[in-house]
Design a protein around this ligand. Sequence first.
Ligand code: 4NP
Length: 176
Amino acid sequence: MCYATVYTDSRQKVTAEFKMISVLFVCLGNICRSPLAEAIFRKKIVELNLQNLIECDSAGTANYHVGHLPDPRTIEVANRHFVPIDHHGQQFSRRDGETFDYLMAMDSSNYRNMVAEMGVKPDSLFLMRYFDPENKGADVPDPYYGGSDGFEEMYQILDRSLDQLVVFLKEKHKLA
Ligand code: 4NP
């Protein structure tokens, strides 16, 4: 729960309590796709001055990279596009599934792993590319075992999908 100082119509200063809208991006290792999604999304949210209303984080369904910084190639593509990135790997848990308002799986395998961890498919669970205007519902390809082209492709997919996620959230929650 967050608290914000706001003014009423009659200019009275009051403290309002509200729950921020929370979004969790999830992939396998939490060093390539989901930390980049988190970073791009946060930059868009700050540019729209929505950072007091929407918060985000990322996680991996596997525990291989818990505590690790993003892959150097992820950091490199983020830097190239002037996206600040600062994350340490963490593993997705059932509790995350209960806590976050929106769960964004990067691919169908992540999606299945999340359903298995939660024991249920909640309404809050989406495939990231459900929001991609170019290839709706496809996987965000895992770039980990490939070359640097895959990292640029990942950036482009996430950038346009996240634009649409922002549109969706603004409409759904009636945000200015
Ligand atoms: P990510 O990519 O799920 O996008 O973070 C991967 C990172 C690491 C591994 C697999 C995928 N790994 O096997 O270590």
